[in-house]
Design a protein around this ligand. Structure first.
Ligand code: SLL
Length: 157
């Protein structure tokens, strides 16, 4: 596969999670009695930025080992997200699988699934009032000497 010498691209993306208290009067069916919280974990484009599906083909989310099918894989076009319920936070291992034309090995990232309100007292109060705890990190991938095919895809966005 031909690579373009001296070329380098970086692309930003967001890894995040959202958590909300489950309504005790309207619980999803079949979930364990100790689950208090609904949540989702996701990988997405930066708002207004380039679409990550140009280079991202598939995302695997490794959940805490007690979850059924704890390795959850979501293919392009996504959305790259997993929705679940639970009672506690944990580190989610996120594996990024690149567009095959990139000819790049998968990369790992890690995201802590934050279920409890955090930050200043005001921030915590706002999260409680909204019934939503969001934790996001801006991350980056670098493509050094990309393949010609990836170069095409990234420059035609
Ligand atoms: C730890 N923070 O790292 C703890 C683990 C696991 C949370 C938290 C339910 C899982 C299930 C759930 O929320 N687990 O029902 O399988 O040791």
């Amino acid at each position: 596969t031909k690579r373009i010498k001296g070329a380098r691209f970086t692309r930003n993306f967001i890894i995040g999670s959202e958590a909300w208290p489950l309504d005790p009067t309207n619980r999803p069916e079949g979930i364990p009695a100790d689950h208090t919280t609904g949540w989702r974990v996701y990988v997405k484009s930066v708002d207004g930025g380039p679409d990550i599906t140009a280079w991202l083909k598939k995302v695997s989310f490794k959940l805490f080992h007690t979850y059924a099918n704890s390795l959850r894989t979501v293919e392009e076009p996504g959305p790259f997200e997993v929705r679940e319920t639970g009672w506690g936070g944990f580190q989610v291992e996120v594996r990024l699988h690149f567009n095959p034309v990139a000819n790049e090995k998968p990369q790992w990232r890690s995201h802590y699934l934050q279920l409890e309100p955090y930050g200043t007292d005001e921030e915590k109060a706002a999260q409680k009032a909204a019934g939503l705890v969001r934790a996001e990190q801006c991350d980056v991938v670098e493509f050094n000497e990309p393949t010609e095919a990836l170069f095409e895809v990234l420059t035609s966005e």
